[in-house]
Design a protein around this ligand. Structure first.
Ligand SMILES: [Zn+2]
Length: 150
């Protein structure tokens, strides 16, 4: 059964909300239900949706504050393989490039969490508290299901 087109954006928002509940901290080995419940193909879709959502907030940060923030490129490479790292760079690049996703499940999860964390940092700089970010993401998740853009 193919999931509805709004499934991945919704799951991506819920994942960011769950991370915001943890104040954006990436807890190593921490299972997040919003991620672990997905099979590989769904995870790829969620990664793509997370990439789109991350690009959006990074653009907002650039436009409103003239600030650029990046994924932690010092600690992320230690945690994932080079293929996953390249995929992560592609996913958050403002210009659409090839959308590769990491082959390994472990790396996909780390990259997903890193993108959530990046979004939370960006929203934080824009003046939102983690509590507000979590609420905002949950609202967007509901809207994604109510007003599908596809
Ligand atoms: Zn890997």
């Amino acid at each position: 059964m193919t999931p509805p087109p709004w499934h991945a954006p919704r799951a991506a928002y819920l994942l960011t909300a769950a991370m915001a509940d943890n104040a954006g901290a990436i807890v190593a080995g921490d299972r997040i239900a919003e991620w672990a419940g997905h099979d590989e193909s769904a995870q790829r879709d969620v990664l793509a949706a997370l990439g789109a959502q991350t690009r959006l907030v990074l653009k907002m940060l650039r436009d409103e504050l003239g600030v650029e923030i990046e994924m932690d490129w010092r600690s992320t490479p230690r945690a994932v393989c080079s293929q996953a790292l390249a995929a992560a760079r592609e996913l958050i690049k403002p210009k659409r490039g090839a959308r590769a996703t990491p082959e390994c499940a472990r790396c996909r999860e780390i990259i997903a969490k890193a993108m959530c964390s990046l979004q939370i940092q960006a929203y934080f700089r824009l003046g939102f508290t983690p509590l507000m970010i979590a609420a905002m993401c949950r609202q967007s998740a509901n809207e994604a299901a109510m007003f599908p853009r596809h």
